[in-house]
Design a protein around this ligand. Structure first.
Ligand SMILES: NC(=O)c1ccc[n+]([C@@H]2O[C@H](COP(=O)([O-])OP(=O)(O)OC[C@H]3O[C@@H](n4cnc5c(N)ncnc54)[C@H](O)[C@@H]3O)[C@@H](O)[C@H]2O)c1
Length: 247
């Protein structure tokens, strides 16, 4: 087991990529603290981890609220005594053009996708600094690297990528690794099934990503095999953003 007895906090753990990452961490022997705003989904992940023989606890948390995030870190510490890994995966997508976007749409996406990641890292950093150990994995997107999605979403994910770079300067001297994963289109409830064919046609590997493709990378970044990887971005997109072609 590659994460035996490590403690991981995973946000967005009720669904999609967060659920896959939480399950993969538990499968590798970690004790996992699951956080999400969706209580019913959390119970589903908790049940799935339990059936796989893993260990986990869950708490309803809105990661765009810094007070709830502070409570999440306190509860994880009370439950498991330390926090080795934090995977910041909670996110939302508003499918609207600039003219359709309301100010509230913009604020909501930035609050959850970018500010929420900042709150989570700020809340866990004192613990990881004291431990002189930590692995932080932030969920970006290829939408944060090229114009690809919708205004608030792309801007929030670009913010996550550069926040990751920025914070590595401050955290790396404390033996904390902080990296971002930028997936392409991965089959989760966030994706519209009717667009699958189009996405596949734009992906050199000729398929969409599976949550397991991302979970495998999130496990790797949480292990010592990745101990010299810091402040960087791992793209998992089947070649999509490298493949722009006119002909
Ligand atoms: N699926 C993709 O193709 C894809 C591609 C690139 C990046 N991502 C990113 O991966 C992450 C996970 O997305 P997914 O595809 O699994 O979608 P998803 O909708 O299945 O999961 C998102 C989870 O975040 C939770 N969440 C939303 N707002 C929250 C809040 N305020 N507090 C706590 N939890 C909250 C939701 O309840 C849900 O469980 C997101 O950050 C998303 O932007 C997804």
């Amino acid at each position: 087991m590659r994460l035996q007895d490590k403690v991981a906090v995973v946000s967005g753990a009720a669904s999609g990529l967060g659920k896959a990452v939480a399950m993969a961490y538990a499968h590798e022997g970690a004790k996992v603290f699951l956080a999400d705003i969706n209580e019913e989904g959390l119970q589903g992940t908790l049940g799935a981890i339990g059936r796989d023989g893993g260990r986990a606890k869950a708490l309803k948390v809105d990661t765009s609220d810094p007070d709830q995030v502070a409570q999440m870190i306190a509860a994880a510490l009370e439950a498991f005594g330390r926090i080795d890994i934090q995977a910041n995966i909670a996110g939302v997508l508003v499918r609207k053009s600039l003219l359709e976007h309301s100010v509230d749409d913009w604020k909501r996406v930035i609050d959850i996708n970018l500010s929420g990641v900042f709150y989570c890292i700020k809340a866990v950093a004192p613990t990881m600094i004291e431990q002189k150990y930590g692995k932080i994995i932030n969920m970006g997107s290829i939408a944060g690297m090229v114009g690809y999605a919708y205004p608030s979403y792309s801007a929030s994910k670009a913010g996550v990528v550069n926040l990751t770079r920025e914070l590595s300067m401050e955290l790396a001297p404390h033996n904390i690794n902080i990296n971002a994963i930028c997936p392409g289109v991965i089959k989760t409830p966030m994706i519209r099934p009717e667009l699958e064919k189009e996405y596949v046609s734009k992906t050199p590997q000729g398929r969409l990503g599976e949550p397991g493709d991302v979970a495998a990378a999130a496990v790797y970044l949480a292990t010592e095999e990745a101990s010299f990887i810091n402040g960087t971005t791992l793209v998992i997109d089947g070649g999509a953003i490298s493949s722009f072609r006119y002909f």
